[in-house]
Design a protein around this ligand. Structure first.
Ligand code: DX5
Ligand code: ZN
Length: 222
């Protein structure tokens, strides 16, 4: 399993995003941008303009995580804005199949996210069509929450489907991924790990990210 790390800038210093991103760029492969609308989740965050601005000075590929209603309408606009991968929530989409096709036609990678209460069986039919399955390991909406270890079963289940059906999608986990949990997540079969406060709240984000990557790689080979 080839480990990919995405740095979530939700809790980074918004006044210094460029610098914050540079500080972790040696150990992060992607920048994860959380988009929230105060409808799908009880919080507001970045919109299209932030994504556009990050895309103009792109240091790493951009992974947009849309926690919004009506992704059917909005997700393509994030590809236009410069996202390299767009993940929308299955629970919010009217027609996931159609949206996956549309985003692929725009040459974006496509992710499908499920909240903790949504079983994997709900999205089984889409797994051969997507590039990323995002298993949420907290209730979406806020950074700095505790990792829900019950979700590791879902990760294991996804990994065994990938192995049995020879699928190519990545399994992403997002929420509460830190020094105590990252190795468990990669051991369970997650190969795309989103790290927010565990890096950006650390004294030295670059050093924290490096340690986190080492632990993730360790988990992936055990
Ligand atoms: C939560 C967001 C996450 C969040 C992760 O809804 O989707 O990407 O930023 O932050 P941490 O790593 O602090 O849990
Ligand atoms: Zn996220």
């Amino acid at each position: 399993m080839d480990i990919k790390i995405a740095a979530s800038i939700l809790n980074a210093d918004a006044n210094n995003l460029e610098k914050e991103i540079s500080s972790v760029s040696a150990s992060a492969d992607w920048i994860h941008v959380d988009v929230m609308d105060n409808h799908f989740v009880p919080n507001l965050s970045f919109g299209i303009n932030v994504l556009e601005s990050l895309a103009q000075k792109k240091q790493k590929p951009l992974d947009a995580h849309l926690m919004i209603e009506d992704p059917d309408n909005w997700a393509p606009k994030f590809v236009e804005a410069g996202a390299d991968s767009v993940t929308f929530h299955y629970e919010a989409a009217k027609d996931s199949k159609k949206l996956i096709k549309e985003l692929h036609a725009m040459k974006s990678r496509v992710g499908l996210a499920i909240k903790p209460k949504t079983p994997l069986s709900d999205v089984k039919e889409f797994l051969s069509d997507i590039d990323v399955l995002l298993v949420m390991t907290v209730e979406p909406g806020f950074g700095g929450q505790s990792f829900m270890s019950e979700m590791l079963e879902k990760v294991k289940e996804a990994r065994s489907i990938i192995n049995n059906e020879k699928l190519t999608m990545w399994v992403q986990v997002d929420g509460g991924v830190g020094l105590k949990t990252i190795e468990l997540a990669s051991q369970a079969g997650a190969d795309f790990l989103v790290v927010g406060s565990a890096a950006f709240s650390a004294q030295d984000p670059g050093k924290a990210m490096k340690e986190l990557r080492e632990l993730a790689v360790k988990g992936s080979i055990n």
